[in-house]
Write a protein of this length. Structure first.
Length: 84
């Protein structure tokens, strides 16, 4: 199965139901296709002290201590891409 990753939502979407999101007008504009390996790695339970975040637009394990910084950086990136 194929998946997309949304950096702004820090979440995955199955490609199989992209049409439903498109029809509802809710497909994330920043969604990028990811490999099954990336989906598998970052959809499982995070390692101790880590949480799923975003590095260079892709999912990454980041320090759970930096969750607010990750969300802030993601919001800034998302806003920049929508104003360009």
């Amino acid at each position: 199965m194929s998946y997309f990753f949304s950096p702004s939502g820090i979440c995955f979407f199955p490609a199989a139901i992209k049409g439903l999101y498109d029809a509802a007008g809710s497909w994330p504009t920043d969604a990028v296709s990811v490999s099954d390996e990336v989906f598998s790695e970052f959809s499982k339970e995070a390692p101790s002290g880590k949480t799923r975040g975003v590095v260079d637009g892709m999912p990454a394990w980041v320090s759970a201590d930096n969750v607010d910084a990750v969300k802030s950086a993601t919001s800034t990136t998302s806003q920049s891409s929508t104003t360009s």
